[in-house]
Structure formats: structure tokens, C-alpha cells
Design a binder for this molecule. Structure first.
Ligand SMILES: C[S@@+](CC[C@H](N)C(=O)[O-])C[C@H]1O[C@@H](n2cnc3c(N)ncnc32)[C@H](O)[C@@H]1O
Length: 301
């Protein structure tokens, strides 16, 4: 086992905010353009906080807490609106938060008192350490149909498919109250298809132009809810291009019926399922879809 110092490398993103690179997963925690900007555009803004009156309490789950950047941004936005947070977190590794809290730059990106609140949340019994798959069942037994927001920020599906399976995403969806929202940066067809199969309605999170790294970043992510997501200016219906994406072999969901399969097994089973679907002629190859719409490759799709 390598030390956390070599597994997790502190980074400063273009907006000056603190982030990490994980050599274990081979991926950065946030877009290089801004950890804080991403938390605002992909969690806080599409949460639709104006839907709650001052004095209300929001029930929120942060999936893959990491440095706690998403929770911190939401916490400050809620405080500015007089909203309370009732919070749960899922995370495997305490090191990202420890590294963030030890970094003076991380503390300075928040208002006075925010990092103390993060430390308090993450030392409470609501911070469910361990494999998120095994801890989710505890949440489901007490919070099914109760949560207002689920912030889903796992590493990308190809790096961490364990947390993007039909089974895991269905469990997250089952936590939502009827008007609740699951929000994620991810716009991959496999993830959107799994959320649809879980019975949720989908919308595309508007892509903030500053965060668009390439033309293939057509969407800022995905919002999913038990109810239709109409009337929010930051959420738009899936375009024809996005709908057709869901009919390609890229939309084959990741599966993990046992709840404990490893990455290699999940990727292998999905590849086999994709090959079967292509052979049966029921789906279009993603290459043809990309050529038709002039779309390049992106890690989130
Ligand atoms: C992209 S980072 C999360 C970034 C975080 N939201 C932030 O703002 O810093 C992904 C996180 O998933 C965690 N993780 C990876 N596999 C996990 C698992 N099976 N269960 C729970 N957490 C996991 C990693 O430790 C890492 O902190």
C-alpha cells in the first residue's frame, strides 16, 4: 500500500481553489478549471435552493465527500438563504478531508466557521465511512424517500464503475423525496440510462461556458428526480443528440448485482453486454452517433 502522500497529490485549480489528484484512481478530484466553480455550477445552482423558504431544513447526502468542497459550497449557500442542512456523507477514505483541512489555502476559500462545521459534520455518526455500496443500505433503512438532494461525485465511470452501477444508482434514487434531486457532473449515457431505469426523470445541467473544456462537453452534468424537472432555468430537457446517445451501446449500464464486484469485473461484464446488444442489432454503435453529431471523446461521456 502506498502512502497517502503519494496516492493523493494536492493541486490548485485555475480558480485558486484546493483540489487533489489521485494516482490510485488516475484522476483529479475536480476539473482543472475550478473545484469551487464546479461545486457551484454542478451542485449549488442546480439544487434550486429557492424552492425552500428561509427556516426550512434540507436533507442532503454527499456521495464521495472527498475534500468536502461540495458540502462546504452548499452549506454556505444555504446559510446565505437562512436554510438548515441535515447532512449525511459517504466516503471511503478520510485522507482527502484531512489534507484539505490541513491546507491554509483550503481554509481561506471559505467563510469564517465553515471548515469547523465541515470537521464537525465529518466526525459525526452521519459521516458513513467505508465502501459507499455497503453503507448505502443503512441510509435506505432510515431515509428512503426522504432526501431533498443527493450530490453524486464519484470518480468517472470508467475509473470507479462500482459507484455508477444500476444497483447503486437505483439505491441513491430511492432515497429521494418526490421533488428531490440527484445531481452529478456526469453526462455519460450509461449513467443516464441507469437513472432512467431506476424510474427517475432526467434533465441536463446547463454547461457553464467557463467550465467547457472541449466541444464534447455539451452538458454540465445530469439532474435526476422522481418528478419531472420542469421550470428550472439551469436544467433543460435532454436534446435530441442526448436522447439518441441513450440508444447507443454507450448506454449499456454498469451492473453489480452482488454489491461487491470489483472494477475489472464490472467493466468486463458491461463489455460483454455491449457486444451482445450490438450483435442483436438493437443498439447503434457510439462511433456512428459521434460522427453524426460531430462529438469528440470526453471522460464524462
Ligand atoms: C472525485 S473524488 C470526490 C471529490 C469530492 N466531492 C470533493 O469535493 O473533494 C471521489 C472520491 O470517491 C472516494 N471513493 C472511491 N471509491 C469509493 C467507494 N467505493 N466508496 C466511497 N467512496 C469512494 C475517493 O476516496 C474520493 O474521495
Amino acid at each position: 500500500m502506498t502512502s497517502s502522500a503519494s496516492r493523493l497529490e494536492p493541486r490548485r485549480t485555475a480558480d485558486g481553489s484546493f483540489s487533489l489528484f489521485s494516482s490510485e484512481f488516475g484522476e483529479a478530484f475536480h476539473s482543472g478549471l475550478g473545484a469551487l466553480a464546479e461545486a457551484h455550477s454542478k451542485c449549488v445552482a442546480p439544487a434550486g435552493l429557492d424552492r425552500w423558504a428561509a427556516g426550512s431544513t434540507l436533507r442532503v447526502l454527499d456521495v464521495c465527500v472527498g475534500t468536502c468542497c461540495n458540502t462546504a459550497a452548499l452549506l454556505e449557500a444555504c446559510q446565505a438563504r437562512g436554510l438548515e442542512l441535515s447532512w449525511w456523507g459517504l466516503e471511503l477514505d478520510p485522507e482527502p478531508l484531512r489534507l484539505a483541512l490541513a491546507d491554509p489555502g483550503f481554509s481561506s476559500q471559505w467563510q469564517a466557521g465553515t471548515t469547523e462545521q465541515l470537521a464537525e459534520l465529518c466526525s459525526s455518526e452521519r459521516m458513513l465511512w467505508g465502501d459507499a455500496r455497503s453503507r448505502l443500505s443503512e441510509l435506505l433503512s432510515g431515509q428512503r424517500g426522504q432526501l431533498d438532494l443527493v450530490l453524486m461525485d464519484a470518480f468517472s465511470p470508467s475509473r470507479c464503475p462500482q459507484l455508477w452501477t444500476l444497483e447503486f444508482l437505483s439505491g441513491l434514487g430511492a432515497l429521494l423525496q418526490p421533488q428531490g434531486r440527484l445531481l452529478t457532473y456526469c453526462s455519460a449515457a450509461a449513467i443516464r440510462n441507469a437513472l432512467l431505469q431506476a424510474g427517475l426523470h432526467l434533465a441536463s445541467i446547463a454547461a457553464p461556458s467557463g467550465l467547457q473544456k472541449q466541444s464534447s462537453d455539451w452538458s454540465g452534468g445530469t439532474a435526476a428526480s422522481p418528478s419531472p424537472l420542469d421550470g428550472d432555468p439551469l436544467l433543460r430537457p435532454l436534446s435530441l443528440m442526448e436522447q439518441e446517445h441513450l440508444r447507443t451501446n454507450a448506454a449499456e449500464p454498469y451492473r453489480d448485482p452482488s454489491g461487491c464486484a470489483d472494477r475489472a469485473e464490472i467493466l468486463k461484464q458491461r463489455q460483454l453486454a455491449q457486444a451482445r446488444a450490438m450483435a442483436s442489432g438493437t443498439v447503434e454503435g457510439t462511433g456512428a452517433w459521434r460522427r453524426r453529431w460531430g462529438v469528440g471523446n470526453s471522460r464524462h461521456q
